[in-house]
Design a protein around this ligand. Structure first.
Ligand code: OAD
Length: 243
């Protein structure tokens, strides 16, 4: 079915809104050269998530898990925000109530300059002590094994929400407030299969938001949203800004 709305209709709707929430996934960073998780080139094609991104995997073989995160940190250290990240920084300046909820752990929204940001899956540039739970920023690449806590000498782990773990309650609270209170929800570059983010479109819609999807392809969110545009994030997102 053809779209009832054009991208310019969506731009006008966003520009008139007082509150806009944006949910992003790996697709927005794909335009910076960061691999996504699913699909033919996705990370989960070559690696089993439960062997690398789970508490059991870390308990079994912390060195292997740290090798995987060091590999990703080395890759990410070479990547920059792209025009989609930059356009969202501009949008934040134009909309009174604005928040990005991201599933990405790459830190690219923050390095682009986004202020109102909830990183629901954590951040690969932060480490957390497995003993005292102290969280610190850490940009060292590669991080020598075993990385230890400066407070208690405990083993550090990536500050990432792994499979089988819960999101931080304060992140969930912030996310639901932003989803329930927004006039427009913009969903960019996520396959929409990982919960709870997979349920964010219906939450916003049930609270009266106009929900827009930008993705290379249709996803499990496409049947829920008001309008879905297919294309690259770096080309579509800048079209939503004022001339
Ligand atoms: P996926 O890899 O599941 O999905 C990426 C989505 O981006 C797909 O729907 C692609 O069609 C779309 N896409 C790719 N390139 C794009 C582009 N240039 N412009 C627009 N869209 C594009 O990634 P996520 O949905 O983010 O968990 O995955 C969710 C979670 O699963 C991740 O946060 C990660 C993973 O396990 C953790 O890191 C904890």
């Amino acid at each position: 079915m053809p779209n009832q709305f054009t991208i310019l209709d969506v731009r006008d709707r966003i520009q008139e809104a007082r509150s806009v929430t944006v949910l992003t996934g790996a697709g927005i960073s794909a335009d910076s050269g960061v691999p996504t998780f699913r699909g033919p080139e996705g990370l989960w094609k070559n690696f089993r998530p439960e062997e690398l991104a789970s508490p059991d995997a870390f308990a079994r073989d912390p060195k292997l898990v740290w090798e995987w995160y060091n590999w990703r940190r080395e890759l990410l250290a070479t990547k920059q925000p792209n025009p989609a990240h930059d356009a969202l920084v501009q949008l934040e300046k134009q909309i009174p109530n604005f928040r990005i909820i991201t599933q990405n752990v790459d830190g690219l929204h923050a390095s682009a300059g986004t202020q109102r940001l909830t990183e629901i899956h954590g951040n690969i540039w932060k480490v957390r002590c497995t003993q005292c739970h102290n969280i610190t920023s850490n940009q060292e690449v590669p991080l020598p094994f075993p990385p230890t806590c400066t407070v208690c000498d405990g083993l550090l782990r990536p500050h990432i929400v792994w499979f089988g773990e819960s999101l931080a309650p304060e992140d969930l609270e912030q996310s639901y407030a932003a989803l329930q209170g927004c006039e427009v929800l913009l969903i960019i570059g996520t396959s929409g299969v990982v919960y709870p983010a997979a349920s964010f479109a219906p939450v916003a819609k049930d609270h009266g938001a106009f929900v827009v999807e930008l993705n290379l392809e249709t996803t499990s969110n496409s049947s829920v949203v008001d309008v879905s545009f297919q294309g690259r994030a770096k080309e579509l997102v800048p079209l939503l800004l004022k001339d």
